[in-house]
Design a protein around this ligand. Sequence first.
Ligand code: SER
Length: 344
Amino acid sequence: MSQTSVLVTGACGEIGQALVQALAARGGYHIVTTDLLPLPDAIRPLSAEHVQGDLVYRVKQFYDYNFDIIFHLAASLSSKAEVATEEAHRINVEGTMQLLMLAAYKSERRGKAVRFLFPSSIAAYGFDSLEQKRKAGRVKEDEYNTPHTMYGCNKLYCEKLGLYYSRYYAQRHLDPNPPVMCDFRALRFPGLISAYTVPSGGTSDYGPEMLHHAAQGCPYACFVREDTKISFMAMPDAIKAILMLIDAPREKLTRTVYNVDAFSLTAGEFRERARRAFPAAQITFEPNPRRQGIVDSWPEALDDSAARRDWGWQPDYDVDRFFEEYFLPAIRKRYRTPNRMSKE
Ligand code: SER
């Protein structure tokens, strides 16, 4: 049987590594990866080919391939993007645009839609005040689309570009015989937490950082206030959502962009959970005004009823299962012997 040919960009990132492992475990995929970095040992044998370098300049060479699915995960995350704003725009927008052009061209050429999976984010939302955030509670996809960050603006705009290339490209949908267009699908993720990798450059990072530090017995100064609340999700659920959405029959989808959600916790509740598991954990709160402002502009919870209705989404891990059945067993095993924290 022929294999499904896939491209995974940002393969060395947290979602990338977990996705490559999940695709390999499923079987039936020919996996090409790309990233600025060489592949880490955990996934090196799973990739048929790795293209190392800056995506914006590498896309040209992918015109020689026939990908059925593009998982475009490469991005500069929210905190990093506020430090190098124009560079973030280049990575986040130009990289996506180049790949959408590739997907559009190949879909038309082959007469078969290339599926394009794009991870968007809670950063696509933006509240003007904490009062507005608290009042809003669980937000729907089309509400509060007023991001405060470069990363959030990039994500929101790329969602729109995806819709454009998959539906209205050059107004060709109005032709008597419209070409086959690409099949763009996006997920708005909350903060993601993996037991195996540590994030870098994001602003929801305080959650996973706090837990990984506590597990290793390292002190942690949390960069947001104790009452800061956003939603989070276990990495296995993020991978589940990606695979469910990419597998969903097109006719079931009523939107191109879907919220997915799992559980909401305050930073103080994270500390409680961390202390319960690791009583010696030393966690303090030293808010950084800029990073605090970013998280204050993000929603406490996402309304994912469209994903539940259209393609049967539901997370496997609520907050208790996240800690008891996923994070703590894995992290205890991982840090059983003292070692340094890996940024991979
Ligand atoms: N986790 C991301 C960040 O903090 C949000 O999507 O930047």
